[in-house]
Design a protein around this ligand. Structure first.
Ligand SMILES: NC(=O)c1ccc[n+]([C@@H]2O[C@H](COP(=O)([O-])OP(=O)(O)OC[C@H]3O[C@@H](n4cnc5c(N)ncnc54)[C@H](OP(=O)(O)O)[C@@H]3O)[C@@H](O)[C@H]2O)c1
Length: 271
């Protein structure tokens, strides 16, 4: 089954499922995983300068032969590169490393307090120059967005933050939805840390799916874009095989009660 699209607040389409690319261990693993994912039909690539693999991602894109306009390429400006000029510079490096002429989505990776306003101005400028088809933020909770609304000329199209039943803050999701900001959930698989959870296993068995597939589908049911990471072809395929079932309302409720604040990354409330 093909991957559906969501429409962002500026009218552009974004695939609802993509490939995460954080922390590969071996060289060429990432190039191959991009190739595999594109071959399997994934079109959204979730890159970031800090992952240190944008050149390899670019090689995978070229080798795939997929037309640039059919791809949705995301990257993020890291904390060390925040501020107006530094962000523009980091963006140039990202484009160069990825070997592309524009990004589909550029995000502020974390809301580092001292520089986040100027960084957003830089992203607005990149958007106005049509070097990014959309701009957004990552790890922004309500307090960061409220601050951004006070000075922004452009509303973020996307907010990427950690989203799994174990890290589910419904009020954060609702706030983004109320403001027309597409939520993109990261670490949907909780890096496999919860694979033995009994509730997950019971519900996944009921649908004839793996716990990994259940977690990906849980993000989809909430209307989020999701970016499970794997460098293994069979797992990439498994993680995208989630469009032939629905999780019932009762099971969604049960899953949403698994919240225990397990996070693979920092808590945005500390920023
Ligand atoms: N904006 C941010 O601050 C931020 C923070 C964290 C992550 N992200 C993004 O979100 C993406 C996903 O998050 P994540 O990489 O942290 O964690 P994740 O997607 O929740 O989990 C990835 C881990 O699960 C394993 N895995 C994947 N599919 C599996 C399967 N079907 N069966 C068994 N194991 C499986 C992977 O191993 P193998 O690769 O060996 O298969 C990897 O160790 C990242 O890659 C990155 O693009 C963004």
């Amino acid at each position: 089954m093909s991957i559906p699209f969501v429409t962002l607040n500026n009218g552009i389409s974004m695939p609802q499922l993509g490939l995460g690319l954080y922390a590969p261990k071996q060289q060429n693993e990432v190039k191959q995983s991009v190739l595999d994912a594109l071959d399997l039909g994934i079109r959204l690539i979730d890159s970031a300068a800090i992952y240190g693999n944008e050149q390899e991602v670019g090689q995978g894109i070229v080798a795939s032969g997929v037309t640039r306009k059919d791809l949705f390429v995301t990257s993020k400006v890291w904390m060390d590169d925040m501020g107006y000029d530094a962000t523009l510079h980091a963006f140039d490096k990202t484009l160069n490393d990825l070997g592309v002429e524009y990004l589909d989505l550029y995000l502020i990776h974390w809301p580092k307090d001292t520089a986040r306003k100027e960084t957003w101005k830089a992203l607005e400028s990149l958007y106005e120059q049509k070097l990014c088809r959309s701009i957004g933020v990552s790890n922004y909770y309500k307090k960061h967005l409220e601050e951004l609304f006070l000075h922004a000329n452009i509303c973020p199209a996307v907010n990427q933050f950690e989203l799994s039943p174990f890290c589910y803050m419904p009020e954060e999701l609702a706030f983004n939805q109320e403001h027309g900001i597409q939520v993109e959930g990261y670490a949907p698989l909780v890096r496999g840390w919860k694979k033995d959870d009994s509730v997950l296993n019971e519900i996944a068995t009921h649908y004839g799916k793996s716990t990994y597939q259940l977690l990906v589908r849980w993000n989809i049911e909430l209307g989020a874009v999701t970016i499970p990471k794997s460098v293994k072809r069979a797992r990439i395929q498994e993680n995208m095989d989630v469009f032939d079932f629905h999780i019932s309302t009762d099971d969604m409720k049960q899953l949403s009660q698994l919240f225990d604040n397990t996070r693979v990354a920092w808590d945005p409330r500390d920023f």
